[in-house]
Design a protein around this ligand. Structure first.
Ligand code: GDP
Ligand code: IMO
Ligand code: MG
Length: 378
């Protein structure tokens, strides 16, 4: 089996869902390896909008969708998602790994009290806590009346047909696409701890979260927005609080797909994406939402941080107090064109600038939410 891993390079919501749908043509399965319904992945095809929380975005193409052992699953919410898809005319073909952990009502109640991190309140953190404490409930336990509430047992019976061994199934396949959730800066070790999620979001985690070996990973594709957004609390050096931030939020429709919260917006931070490139071993970058920058007179890119007279060009371990140093570039009017060559030269200049700062080739651009709004780099 050979796999391509898709990961977010920033704080989540980089348009992973759209790009997973784009890349999914021709694979045997699309698999998630971590997180749960804290994720909100949007796919828009022929005017129909699908917002997915547990189920990999490959479901829109009718592909086999694997929910790996590294995930945390609220069975009632997963059933709601299956019903939502049926309502949109899709019968999902799922495989839920028996070793994935179950988000319990107690864990949901605990997460509801969070105010420090600004979590999605889906019980994600408390569920991973119980997993690490070795007191968690697993998907296989849903099938045991003595292990769970009647409510969960009932949900387990409805999910029974999908429950199995993901590692074994993947081992027998040829080509698999792996869908990361959240982003590198929300990884529990590599992100802005403690303002992070409770799982490893980075590409290396795909192996343990699915029960596959490192040798199966053929390629890692990083998804990055042409600017930066963050939902929830925590440091964000390039955050814009004035009119430019508002303009990015309005034009980019930057409101959370899971919680509806307004996303904090700011300029592109090359230190973050360069770091993501290293931590994930990214081979190719996709730059999304380029169209949102259309119509700005000037666009800025953060090329370094400064604090107390010190200047750094690699991401420091703690982002608190660092001020962004910007390069200013000329803006452009319209990136919604039919080919890369037709992009305004200023937009191409912006892409090349990012590429040279991050040190990875940008192979593709996204210039709108629909499946076909992509430009391949020659
Ligand atoms: P994910 O969590 O990484 O899958 O991203 P989300 O789905 O949470 O957020 C991305 C949002 O941007 C969704 O509403 C997409 O429909 C939308 N989107 C994706 N690509 C583009 C793009 O290139 N341009 C614009 N304007 N919107 C996009
Ligand atoms: P996708 O997959 C953006 C953020 C929350 C909060 C922190 C911890 O759509 O990119 P959690 O509920 O995970 O304990 O919250 O992480 N967060 C996300 N932000 N996109 C996501 O997922 C996120 N999933 C969690 O806002 O700051
Ligand atoms: Mg999202």
């Amino acid at each position: 089996m050979k796999a391509t891993v898709i990961v977010g390079c920033q704080f989540g919501d980089e348009a992973k869902g759209k790009m997973v749908d784009y890349f999914a043509g021709g694979v045997d399965a699309v698999a998630r390896f971590q997180g749960g319904n804290n994720a909100g992945h949007t796919v828009i095809v022929e005017g129909k909008k699908y917002v997915l929380h547990f189920i990999p975005s490959g479901v829109v193409r009718g592909l086999k969708c694997v929910l790996g052992n590294g995930m945390v699953i609220e069975p009632r919410k997963l059933l709601e998602e299956i019903e939502m898809l049926r309502g949109l005319g899709i019968e999902p073909d799922l495989l839920i790994d028996q070793k994935a952990h179950v988000i319990t009502q107690e864990e949901l109640d605990k997460d509801a009290k969070d105010s420090k991190i600004g979590t999605t309140k889906k019980g994600i953190g408390p569920c991973y806590e119980d997993k690490a404490a070795r007191t968690g409930i697993r998907v296989m336990d849903l099938l045991d009346k003595g292990m769970v509430s009647d409510d969960y047992y009932g949900a387990g019976q409805k999910l029974k047909q999908y429950i199995g061994d993901a590692s074994l199934a993947l081992f027998g396949m040829k080509k698999v696409l792996i869908e990361g959730a959240q982003g590198t800066m929300l990884d529990i070790d590599h992100g802005t701890y403690p303002f992070v999620t409770s799982s490893h979001t980075v590409a290396g985690s795909a192996c343990s979260g699915l029960g596959i070996g490192p040798g199966t990973i053929e390629k890692v594709v990083g998804i990055t927005k042409a600017y930066t957004t963050r939902v929830g609390n925590g440091p964000f050096p390039t955050e814009l609080e004035g009119a430019d931030g508002e303009k990015l939020r309005e034009k980019g429709k930057e409101f959370g797909a899971t919680t509806g919260r307004p996303r904090r917006c700011g300029w592109f931070d090359a230190l973050i994406v360069k770091y993501a490139m290293r931590i994930n071993g990214i081979n190719e970058l996709v730059l999304t939402k380029l169209d949102v920058l259309d119509g700005f007179d000037k666009v800025k890119v953060c090329v370094a941080y400064e604090k107390d007279g010190e200047r750094v060009e690699d991401l420091p371990p703690n982002l608190d107090g660092w001020k962004p140093v910007y390069d200013e570039l000329p803006g452009w009017e319209n990136s919604k064109v039919a080919s890369y060559e037709e992009l305004p030269k200023e937009a191409r200049g912006y892409i090349e600038k990012i590429e040279s700062l991050v040190g990875v080739k940008i192979t593709m651009l996204s210039t709108g939410p629909a499946r076909d709004e992509v430009l391949k780099r020659p």
